[in-house]
Design a protein around this ligand. Structure first.
Ligand code: SF4
Length: 332
């Protein structure tokens, strides 16, 4: 899988915000906002995979869903293949949105919950084909679904079976076939392998990489596990409390991490070479509530390198090399 040289990114996200209002009392008065995603910007090139990582509750899933407008963003701009998906005051018509959605799909985390148990594989995988009027009649639908099952390495004779007849890994393959059915250019993989056994995770990741090569797909690969992200991503963005704190090529991020949070996450990743010892950085405490994020640098309550300035001043964005940025008071 090779990263694209294309100049204009396929997906461009600028200043994306998703703030959920917190309501209280009989009049549902808004008493605050949970800033689940706060000023997030990144690009995804044609044929490129961007890994989006962080602990649970950091906002990565909300960011992925906001890009597809499965959750309506609060602010920011999202463009896909030069078309506006979201911008203040710009509302693509439902027809334009439907056309864009054909090319922007999602694979969900839980292969058990994401498939309707009352629908056969033909109906689950073929639903989009029917909605977009791309098949006429049951026979053609089944033929197209069988083709997709072969692509995701499932036996095409399973076409009339139901989700409960499959293992977790097989169900995720069905979810991938559903996402592929409309020939998308971009897929959000939302913790797509997190619920699977480690051996099955590797199979699904290899499948996703093969499909990316075969169909020229771009992925936003959302995960909390850095070792999973390392395998599939060209670039990686690390999120903490709704913000991206470091973004770099995979090799730069894993070889020369700059943000103390990235360093802590990396220190917990198991290594293939046991002779290369890396001191484990254990973060104290839980991720603070996004309803009341800490002042200054939001990571200061857990950062092993915290300084006085970190407690009251928002850290600047620093450059550590081409395409390598991080947000911290520490020098590059
Ligand atoms: Fe740690 Fe300060 Fe950098 Fe935040 S700004 S990551 S608290 S050193």
């Amino acid at each position: 899988m090779t990263s694209s040289d294309a100049k204009a990114p396929l997906l461009s996200v600028r200043g994306l915000r998703k703030h959920f209002p917190v309501r209280k009392g009989v009049f549902s008065t808004v008493v605050g906002h949970v800033k689940a995603v706060d000023d997030v910007s990144f690009d995804v090139g044609e044929g490129e995979t961007l890994g989006l990582v962080g602990e649970s509750g950091c906002g990565k899933t909300t960011a992925g869903r906001s890009i597809l407008r499965l959750i309506e963003p609060t602010a920011g701009e999202v463009t896909f293949a030069g078309e506006t998906v979201y911008a203040p005051g710009v509302r693509p018509s439902s027809r334009d949105m439907r056309a864009m959605r054909r090319h922007m799909q999602i694979i969900f985390q839980d292969p058990y919950a994401s498939l309707n148990p009352r629908m056969s594989v033909a109906d689950i995988v073929g639903e989009g084909l029917k909605v977009h009027g791309l098949v006429s009649g049951r026979r053609e639908l089944e033929d197209r679904v069988e083709e997709l099952l072969v692509r995701v390495r499932l036996d095409p004779s399973y076409v009339n079976r139901y989700p409960h007849e499959f293992s977790g890994g097989q169900r995720q393959r069905i979810g991938i076939a559903r996402a592929l059915s409309l020939r998308p250019r971009f897929i959000v993989c939302d913790e797509a392998v997190s619920a699977l056994d480690v051996s099955i995770q590797a199979q699904i990741i290899n499948l996703l990489m093969d499909l990316a090569d075969e169909f020229g797909l771009s992925y936003l690969f959302v995960a909390h596990d850095l070792s999973v992200v390392r395998h599939i991503s060209h670039r990686v963005a690390v999120m903490y409390l709704g913000r991206i704190v470091e973004q770099a090529s995979r090799d730069d991020l894993f070889g020369d991490p700059r943000h103390p949070y990235t360093k802590a996450l990396l220190s917990a990743v198991p290594r293939a070479d046991p002779t290369r010892k890396v001191e484990r950085i254990v973060l104290q405490g839980d991720v603070p509530s996004p309803l009341r994020p800490p002042s200054g640098c939001a990571f200061h309550t857990r950062c092993p390198a915290v300084m006085d300035v970190c407690r009251h001043e928002f850290p600047p964005l620093r450059e550590a090399g081409e395409g390598h940025t991080f947000r911290c008071h520490l020098e590059a």
